[in-house]
Design a binder for this molecule. Sequence first.
Ligand code: G3H
Ligand code: 13P
Ligand code: ZN
Length: 331
Amino acid sequence: MALISGKQILEEAKKKGYGVGAYNVNNMEQIQAIMAAAKETQSPVIIQASRGALKYSNFTYLGYLMKAAVIENSDIPVAMHLDHGNSLESAIKAIDLGFSSVMIDGSLLEDGKTASTYDYNVKVTCSVVEYAHARGVSVEAEIGTLGGIEDGVGSGKIHLTNPKEAEKFVNETDVDSLAIAIGTSHGAYKFKGAANLAFDVLKEIRALIDIPIVLHGASSVPKELTDEVNKYGGKMPGATGVPMSSLQEAIKLGVSKINVDTDGRLAITAAIRKVFTESPEKFDPRDYLGSGRTALTNLIITKMKDFGTAGHAKDYAPKSLEDIKKLYALK
Ligand code: G3H
Ligand code: 13P
Ligand code: ZN
């Protein structure tokens, strides 16, 4: 089994200067598609479930499907990650399900919408770090807020990360990785005008902190995909994302984890819409879900190559969570 902690997968990426995609999953087809891409490109991979995804699947179903990904791909380092945990309780639930990595998003209050205070963020993050590290599970935190509201994730306003505050936060919480805000947003409508990211802020943060940096809201919303969705009856006018060249620049400047959900949704939706339009006689879910799965695999293969993850699956021996637990105990 190559279930790996978020700490190891990201520290290895940081050392070699490549990005690891963290892909959101809700069901079997998404998990299989991402794992097929990881196998094809020999990439380490993070599969992540949001609170919404876990609730949708009644926790156990998705937890076991993610475990199946690990069992079926013993030669690929896989981290099972909780995306946007909102409380110690949500982190405990994920760790009990077998996750090797959790995010506590204390930049927002427990409602997942209201921007919190720095002190609240430190307090809730420390409580998760204490619980997780005692079990060898790594912790991602967030400072600054993204734009965009998606099913209760996001304040709707962008507050770029303050680099000095990020440095203080890392020292006070002992987190393993830090999500920062440099102008990205969740969802398919990220920019009104030019897709500018605050690379100067990223550079400053990189100079002040030494742990892996995470970029949320990193879907590129490729025009080919929204065109395809629209062609087959969808309605996504003016959708925009982060260009791949900007993500590659961000990786060069020190981002190690790149969160992608929206692009996967688009690939599956476009493929399913195509089947429904071109083959209206079909009614077996395997026909359209299978097409969605294939489309997602192809999308993720391209991302793994573009992020530089491809070819790194066998670079290092995965450490068990027991080993990681011992490392934390030495601190
Ligand atoms: O960060 C947000 C992710 O895209 C998860 O979205 O809460 O709708 O599953 P979700
Ligand atoms: P996108 O909406 O850009 O895919 O971002 C996903 C994300 O940040 C999940 O945490
Ligand atoms: Zn996110």
